[in-house]
Design a protein around this ligand. Structure first.
Ligand code: ATP
Ligand code: MG
Ligand code: MG
Ligand code: MG
Length: 561
């Protein structure tokens, strides 16, 4: 690639819209541009890196028999009604109608679509397990899109879905995806920790998030250097069990009840150092469906998230609609669509349940005090981990870090297959719901996380595996009859050896070329200056270390291949 032809409009000044170094650098290096809030274009250099990340993912998926395919981005509203998520998902779901007033949503994730796809065709246990995946744009109307590609409203995700006949088979699919995700992080050059996001009820993890370590990360986590244990500090709320539930007046509302958490610490991964109040809701079987920890979330924060669901701060329109001052709405993704609104003092002010299916769509509305009371013992202590706490696995002191969630693996079980009637005939002749897992990697977020971890004050430092070009050849004077032929020759040799190479053939001053090369961050620079060339050499600069060495012209291509 000749730089004179490259579409990479660099910026001299730091763009004001960018708070994070990675966001700033991707804009400055001419790799991304913002179209509107949370909407980005990937310019040619960034697109090359995206392709490389995708190829690494493809490679890892191929190795575990996951099959790539593609479904429509536009998803039928009917499917969302069937799963119950049309009502439960909240305003993050981008909805639209066609000319016949039929409802659609731009896919934020595709559990419904894939479940629908297989439900009439995966009919026998003999056909299972199957894992399908795609890489595609996703849409989420994030309340606060920010940090460039980190939290966009349109972003690229690899999403995989596994369908199994047994829990053991799901576990196997899940473990393979988890390992593949760890491999992807390593291969793209990310220092990432697999963090327990959900402890599950039967021990073991049922969801893990891969957190790229970065001070600018939105997630807080604790980890142990000695044994590798790591947990989201908020995963503490995921492992709760509810002992003697006390549904009491809550029964008036519907199935969800209110319960106390008995032995919190035995289910939490993390020992106590900070405690705060939480409110647990249980379903009819006494199983916790959601646990709110209001103390941890400022009302003006973007959202609070837990393994059992996701919450967002209500928009002004929603607040008006429900006649409230302030509140959280949530959780997203619960079959019963339970919503709890908190008042300003963070006491639940109202409870609603919404039917799972359109057929029984209804609102049940209750006011505390009038329709029910909240038992005092519904408020329980929940613990979060802090640095210095003992690791629950090995007892060593835990450390604290911040991270960027780049990917997540999740055992879904039969949540979608049951709601949507996706069944198969098992060996014993019994019709059973498919047992599912879902596995997502944020590809565009990964790109920016890489830059967040790999940069200095001069610019980006791409890991070789995902660099737009592996080598940049820099002839200092393109008119010089000695220099240019050498640059051209080295570039062609590199190309022949299969190295991605870019040549700065612009008629710019050396200073401009050096600055741009450091900003764009190709891992190796081959500097062709008159003096060195006269001696039969070029200068090889390693972007990461700044180390420069003179290398014979004949040797440099072979050295880099
Ligand atoms: P977050 O907690 O940051 O909101 P999430 O848990 O909602 O992310 P998932 O539903 O697990 O996201 O989606 C899988 C992956 O997609 C995430 O791990 C992340 O890398 C990526 N992702 C999610 N939301 C966004 C977004 N708004 N912009 C860019 N990438 C995103
Ligand atoms: Mg989210
Ligand atoms: Mg998350
Ligand atoms: Mg996630």
């Amino acid at each position: 690639m000749q730089m004179s032809k490259l579409y990479a409009p660099t910026l001299k000044e730091d763009p004001r819209e960018a708070e994070l170094a990675s966001h700033r650098l991707l804009l400055r290096a001419g790799m991304i541009r913002r179209g509107a809030v949370g909407l980005y274009s990937y310019l040619p250099l960034a697109w090359r890196s995206i392709n490389k990340i995708e190829d690494i993912i493809r490679d890892e998926m191929e190795a575990i028999d996951a099959q790539e395919m593609q479904v429509p981005i536009l998803t039928d509203g009917d499917l969302w009604h069937q799963s119950g998520r049309w009502n439960a998902y909240g305003p993050e779901l981008m909805r639209l109608n066609d000319r016949y007033e039929h409802e659609y949503a731009l896919g934020p994730t595709h559990e419904e679509t894939f479940t629908d796809l297989v439900r009439n065709e995966l009919r026998s246990y003999r056909q299972l397990p199957v894992t399908l995946y795609q890489m595609q744009d996703k849409f989420r109307d994030e309340r606060r899109p920010r940090f460039g590609l980190m939290r966009g409203r349109e972003f690229i995700m690899k999403d995989a879905y596994s369908f199994s006949a047994t829990q053991e088979s799901l576990q196997e699919c899940y473990d393979k995806q988890k390992q593949a995700y760890a491999n992807v992080c390593e291969r793209v050059g990310l220092r990432a920790l697999p963090v327990v996001a959900d402890s599950g009820q039967i021990g073991g993890d049922t969801s893990v998030e891969f957190m790229a370590l970065a001070d600018a990360g939105e997630a807080a986590l604790v980890y142990c250097d000695d044994c590798g244990f790591a947990a989201d500090t908020e995963a503490a709320t995921a492992g709760v069990t509810v002992a003697d539930g006390e549904p009491g007046d809550m029964e008036k509302i519907s199935t969800p009840g209110i319960g106390t958490i008995d032995d919190v610490s035995s289910f939490l991964h993390i020992p106590a150092s900070a405690t705060r109040k939480a409110l647990a809701l249980v379903d009819g079987d006494g199983k916790p469906v959601v646990c709110f920890v209001p103390g941890d979330h400022e009302l003006n924060d973007v959202k609070a998230e837990h393994a059992f669901g996701e919450y967002h701060l209500m928009s002004d329109e929603e607040l008006k609609e429900y006649g409230l001052v302030k509140g959280f709405i949530g959780p997203v993704g619960l079959p019963d669509g339970i919503r709890v609104f908190f008042d300003e003092s963070l006491r639940p002010s109202e409870w609603w349940t919404i039917g799972a299916n359109e057929a029984d769509f209804h609102f049940v509305h209750a006011h505390p005090g009038r329709d029910f009371t909240i038992a005092d013992n519904a408020w329980v202590d929940v613990v979060t981990a802090r640095a210095g706490d003992r690791c629950p696995k090995c007892g060593a002191p835990l450390k604290e870090a911040r991270g960027i969630e780049v990917s997540q693996v999740f055992q879904l079980g039969t949540k979608y297959s049951e709601a949507m009637g996706a069944t198969f005939m098992d060996e014993d002749g019994v019709e059973k719901p498919l047992i599912m897992g879902c596995y997502g990697i944020g590809i565009s977020r990964t790109l920016q996380a890489i830059v967040e971890q790999h940069h200095d004050e001069h610019g980006i430092i791409w890991p070789v595996s995902v660099a737009p070009y592996e080598v940049e050849v820099i002839p200092l004077d393109v008119h010089d009859e000695l220099v240019w032929p050498v640059a051209d020759k080295v570039a062609n040799e590199l190309l022949e050896l299969g190295v991605d190479v870019m040549v700065d053939d612009r008629k710019e001053r050396p200073g401009v070329k050096f600055n741009d090369a450091d900003l764009m961050g190709m891992p190796f620079q081959v500097v062709c200056g008159k003096k060195a060339v006269k001696n039969g050499n070029v200068e090889l600069k390693v972007r990461a270390t700044g180390e420069r060495t003179e290398v014979a012209i004949e040797d440099v291509a072979r050295l880099l291949a």
